[in-house]
Design a protein around this ligand. Sequence first.
Ligand code: PEP
Length: 252
Amino acid sequence: MSRRPLIAGNWKMNGLKADGIALAEGVAAKRRAEPDLACDVLVCPPFLLVSDVARAVAGSGLAVGGQDCHAKTSGAHTGDTSPVMLKDAGCSHVILGHSERRTDHGETDAQVKAKAAAAHAAGLVAIVCIGETLAQRDGGETLEVNRRQLKGSLPEGANADNTVIAYEPVWAIGTGRVASPEQAQEVHAAIRAELVKLVGETEAGKMRILYGGSMKPENAAQLIALPDVDGGLIGGASLKVEDFWAIARNCA
Ligand code: PEP
């Protein structure tokens, strides 16, 4: 089964307006210069920059995503952003259940599932993040934790067109410590096997599973080449045009 890789940059809470536009323009220029690139490329700026970034990359082939959304379309939810608003601002994707949101905001699988359902209803692709902590890995719970989070976070109707899974071991995010190819492939294969039960064999075979956690130009090639790794969700290295692009160019 051939799956077109996705390289997604999660800018997190970094950059002011001028920085974000410059970064977006830099990545868009690379994308325009390589129209035959063998992967899809997505940038996920902070909420306030989404519209500016969408304008800056228009027509380049780059996709734009949000980093979270509310599970409702509108209403009395001070400080929140709805999936419909993201779509209206130019997003096609939204990252959901990132471990930083699960930790900083106590997000549960049930909340991630509701957000993903709302994202689908708004026409967004939900990038559903799962991953074990170091304590869970050391305790031998890695596969069980990932299966549980996956099952709890995927809404009815999830399919390969509206959903991407991101396996992000918490101990590898922003730490410089990357999963070995063996560790990554073991978990990705287990996730795909669980997806067969959750969405059926055809959709599981088509659904993209990204690796995230200290992916850099130096380690991206061997991770992206793994049979069940279909690209990357990239934090730190997505803030530098050259590094981000060097990762994207690893997609065969
Ligand atoms: C992330 O935040 O999704 C991530 C993978 O971060 P980093 O690449 O910096 O580890």
